[in-house]
Design a protein around this ligand. Structure first.
Ligand SMILES: [Zn+2]
Length: 83
């Protein structure tokens, strides 16, 4: 979408139809940032697994409950430290 709109010289700010290109680009950038953060979290979880520390809270060192890990596999903290 970014590549397609780069060549466009359209003045979409005054288009009464739907969202502007700028808005859609910002929305895509936000989604991309969130996906990159999630990927970094998963990579970090895999590193913790390889190091043998996966499933331990990084703050207090106690085990993270299986239920929390099932819901948030890449979490770094137990529910007590997260709240
Ligand atoms: Zn903790």
């Amino acid at each position: 979408m970014v590549a397609a709109s780069r060549a466009s010289n359209a003045d979409d700010e005054h288009d009464p139809e739907g969202a502007t290109i700028a808005f859609e680009r910002q929305q895509l950038a936000t989604l991309l940032d969130a996906a990159r953060r999630r990927l970094a979290d998963v990579d970090a979880a895999l590193e913790r697994r390889a190091a043998g520390s996966y499933g331990r809270c990084e703050r207090c060192g106690r085990p993270i409950t299986p239920e929390r890990l099932a819901a948030r596999p890449a979490t770094r903290s137990c529910i007590d430290c997260a709240t």
